[in-house]
Design a protein around this ligand. Structure first.
Ligand code: NDP
Length: 262
């Protein structure tokens, strides 16, 4: 039996086990995926090795530690400096970031996108901004406070706080803040959002399973809207392909999507 886990704190709410186990079953892959609470980040690497996991996903707040502890980091994760997937390969821990390509896959349904306004500057925003930049899509980051903006400035990404924001035409507005997750706050002042959403065609919220105040406002402004379900699904599908070393068929993807909703 090949063992896999999701590492996080908290981890009880995670839907990753149901999503991956459903995919394994459909594929007849001999695997089991469990939740693993990691309270002390210093134990992450040893836990992975001692429990003989073949692969793992890493969620909040351990993605940066997981990056630092990996033996080898592949792809865009080297720029993001955070990973969400571990694979045990040739006696080494190889790490990837599948949040970034998962986001790109999730916005494919919007068609061609040229200019994106990205609200928030946390870990998720780093993955999204670099994924967009790598795809030659213009991205501007807008955050409540200055503190987290240095990362984006160093990558040559345009960014500002609410106070210094100068509006322009964006076809997609993405909310990567946690505003709207548990509260009813908009992720930026309403005057700014009114103006950008009026001109935008699409709005995406990384929060999944609910219409946040941001998505409700975007709908009012006639934007096509999407929540974070597809992003969660596709980061999982890409990790699943690393775990099983097989391309996920449409049938597997739909099985995983169905399991997410259970
Ligand atoms: P972080 O804690 O790293 O960053 C949070 C960001 O949100 C910061 O930029 C912060 O601004 C901003 N923020 C928080 N509260 C408010 C508020 N009330 N108004 C305006 N800005 C606010 O979080 P993550 O990047 O890890 O996660 C962000 C969201 O993305 C979460 O809701 C998470 O659930 C979701 N997510 C979804 C995924 C999916 O697959 N669908 C995957 C990963 C995350 P400041 O710097 O000023 O504090």
């Amino acid at each position: 039996m090949n063992k896999f886990a999701i590492f996080g704190n908290p981890v009880a709410h995670s839907k990753s086990p149901q999503m991956h186990n459903a995919g394994f079953k459909k594929l007849n892959f001999d695997g089991e995926y469990v939740k693993h609470l990691i309270e002390d980040p210093n134990t992450l690497k040893n836990t992975f090795l001692q429990k003989r996991y073949l692969g793992a996903n890493i969620t909040v707040p351990h993605k940066e530690v997981a990056f630092n502890e990996a033996d080898e980091v592949r792809g865009i994760a080297n720029k993001i400096k955070a990973v969400n997937t571990y694979i045990y390969e040739n006696d080494k821990i190889v790490a990837y970031n599948t949040d970034a390509p998962g986001f790109l896959k999730a916005i494919e349904s919007f068609g061609v996108i040229k200019n994106v306004l990205l609200l928030g500057a946390g870990g998720t925003a780093k993955a999204i901004a670099l994924a967009l930049q790598e795809s030659n899509i213009n991205v501007t980051v807008l955050n409540r406070s200055e503190g987290k903006l240095d990362f984006f400035k160093n990558e040559g990404i345009k960014c500002s706080t609410w106070d210094s924001f100068e509006t322009c035409d964006f076809d997609l507005v993405v909310n990567s803040t946690s505003a709207g997750l548990k509260d009813e706050y908009l992720p930026a002042p309403k005057e700014i959002l009114d103006e950008v959403l009026e001109k935008a065609s699409f709005a995406f919220d990384c929060v999944y399973g609910k219409i946040t105040p941001f998505l409700a406002l975007a709908k009012d402004k006639n934007c096509e809207v999407k929540d974070g379900e597809d992003m969660l699904l596709y980061q999982g599908v890409l990790a699943f392909e690393y775990f099983t070393k097989q391309k996920a068929t449409q049938e597997i993807i739909e099985t995983m999507r169905k399991a997410l909703k259970e």
